[in-house]
Design a protein around this ligand. Structure first.
Ligand code: SF4
Length: 216
């Protein structure tokens, strides 16, 4: 384990988040399996990491009551209903846009369903992050979203945003870029901002850190 991962785990644990470590991405799945009891109601936030680690396939294998927002044939209204039900799930799984070495978890959403579940609702939350998501502090986290996570997600989701074309947020062309600055286009994906800091309910948030890069 690298020093920066060790420091991050120490800081997250000081902030009441339980941490697990997997050297390789293949090590993530056994940790997730060991945590979630069979039969549990499970929801997820949209995440490339969950696909890359095999978590989505695991959840669809029938051992859980999986609230699958990507189930074939769902109408937009039904997808929204699944997202609302996820807020009452026993377990919620997602990744993160950035994790700071100071023990904070930073996420930016368009719709805000993932932020809502991270904040309150599901009994337990598992956040899976590759080492590429670790940054020094919240300033770097903000920059990571504007230069990596948002542009790549905009391309993945086929959103016609400026960052999808240039690879960085339009707010960075200002001398004093604001946290919530950026484009005014209809397909903007950065609308709501959340930092998880010191947790009251120790162990509700579980963070699985992988020594390899995962998602973006
Ligand atoms: S505010 Fe707009 S341009 Fe900036 S990162 Fe978000 S979607 Fe891209």
């Amino acid at each position: 384990m690298t020093e920066r991962i060790k420091n991050t785990i120490t800081s997250l644990e000081k902030n009441g988040m339980e941490c697990f470590y997997a050297d390789k991405k293949e090590g993530v799945l056994p940790i997730v399996k060991s945590l979630i009891p069979k039969g549990a109601i499970v929801g997820v936030g949209g995440s490339v990491t969950l696909n890359e680690t095999g978590v989505m396939a695991l959840l669809r294998n029938g051992d859980y009551e999986f609230l699958d927002r990507e189930a074939p044939g769902l109408s937009p209204k039904e997808v929204e209903a699944v997202m609302k039900n996820c807020l009452l799930a026993d377990w919620y799984l997602t990744s993160s846009n950035a994790v700071t070495q100071q023990g904070e978890i930073y996420n930016v959403d368009g719709r805000g369903n993932r932020l809502a579940a991270l904040n309150f609702g599901p009994d337990k939350v598992i956040i899976i992050v590759g080492e590429n998501k670790i940054v020094k502090n919240l300033k770097e986290a903000e920059l990571r979203v504007k230069t990596v996570a948002a542009p790549k997600n905009a391309v993945r989701l086929s959103c016609a945003t400026p960052c999808a074309k240039t690879g960085k947020c339009i707010s960075l062309s200002s001398n004093d870029p604001k946290l919530t600055g950026g484009c005014a286009c209809e397909q903007r994906i950065c609308r709501n901002y959340l930092v998880l800091g010191k947790q009251k309910n120790d162990g509700r948030i579980k963070v699985v850190i992988c020594g390899e890069a995962l998602g973006y």
